[in-house]
Design a protein around this ligand. Sequence first.
Ligand code: HEM
Length: 332
Amino acid sequence: MIIPIFSLLFLFLTTGEAQLVPGFYASTCPKAESTVREVLHKAMINETRSAASVMRLQFHDCFVNGCDGSLLLDDTPTMLGEKLALSNINSLRSFEVIDEIKTAVENICPGVVSCADVVVMAARDAVALSGGPDWEVRLGRKDSLTASQEDSDAIMPSPRANASALIDLFAKFNLSTEDLVALSGSHSIGKGRCFSITFRLYNQSGTGKPDPAIDPRYRMELDKLCPVGGDENVTGNLDATPILFDNQYFKDLVAGKGFLNSDETLYTFEETRKWVVKYSEDQGAFFDAFVKGMLKMGDLQSGRPGEVRTNCRVVNGPKTPMELVSDPWLAF
Ligand code: HEM
C-alpha cells in the first residue's frame, strides 16, 4: 500500500512527546486561559463542588497514558473508555463543565486548544478560585485518539490503598513521596461517597472492626452518615473546610479525621508522616509542594499520536471532502 507523503509527514509531526511551554496559546488563542477561568468561575457559582470535581480530572487523566484527554472520551461500540473504570464510575463528575469550557474556547478559536490542556488549565483555576495557590501551567498537549478502561483499572489506586502502595505507584510516575503527600492535599476540597469508606468503618482489613486510626468522635459522625446497609452514594466532606483549598486536610489527618483510608494512612505511616506534619503547620510549604507536584503530574505524556479534538467526548471523524480541499497538507 502506498501511503501518501502528507500522511507520513502528519504522522511524524504528531507522534512523540509535545514540547510543553507556558503561554503556548499566547499568539494562536490569546484569550484561551482567561476564557477557561471565566467559565469555570461561573460553574462554581452554580455548584461550588464543581471545582473539586474538575480538579480531580487532571489526576485521573494524567495517570492513565499521560495527560491526553483520554478520560473525557465516551465509550463507543468498539472502545470501552475510562469513564466506567472502577475508580471513575458513579464517582467522576463535572464532565459537562469541561464541555462548557471547550465550547467557549472553540467559539473564539476553533480547533486550536486541546481538551487535555483544558483539563490542566481548569484544574489550576479550580485551586486558585478556591483560595489555593495560582501558577503558570505548561501547555501544548494533544488529545488521544483512544482511551482504555483496562489501563485505568490497572493503574488508578483504591481508597483502601496504604501509604506504602501509594509511594510505589507514584514512584512509577517519577513522583516522590513528598509529591504524593502534597498532591493528596487536593482532598482539601470536595467530597467522597460512603462506598469509599464503609470497609474502614466496619471491617478494616477483614478484621470485622473499624480502622483504629480514626478518631472515635469522628468515627461516630461517619457511622451516622454511612450506616451498615445504608445508601453508599451518600457523600461526606473530605476535610473540615471542603470548599476552601487550605491545609485543613493535613490538620485533620493529624487529628485522626482523614475521610479515606488512603488519606489517614499518610499520617500513620512513618515515611509520609513528616510531610503531613509539616504541611499541617505550614500552609505555604504545602502550596509550594502542591504546585510542583501538579506541574510534574501535568508533564506526563504517552508519546502517542494525537489531535486537537473538536468535541472532548469523541475523536474527530474523517475529514469531509470540503475540509480535505482546504487542508494545507494537500499542498505536499
Ligand atoms: C493518592 C491517591 C489517591 C486516592 C487513593 C484517591 C482516591 C479518591 C477517592 C476514593 C475519592 C472519593 C471518590 C468517591 O467516593 O466517589 C477522591 C476524591 C477526590 N480526589 Fe482523590 N485520590 C488520590 C489522589 C488524588 C489526587 C492526586 C488528586 C488531584 C490532584 C485528587 C483529587 C480528588 C478530589 C478533588 C476529590 C473530590 C472530588 C469531588 O468532590 O467530586 N485525588 N479521591
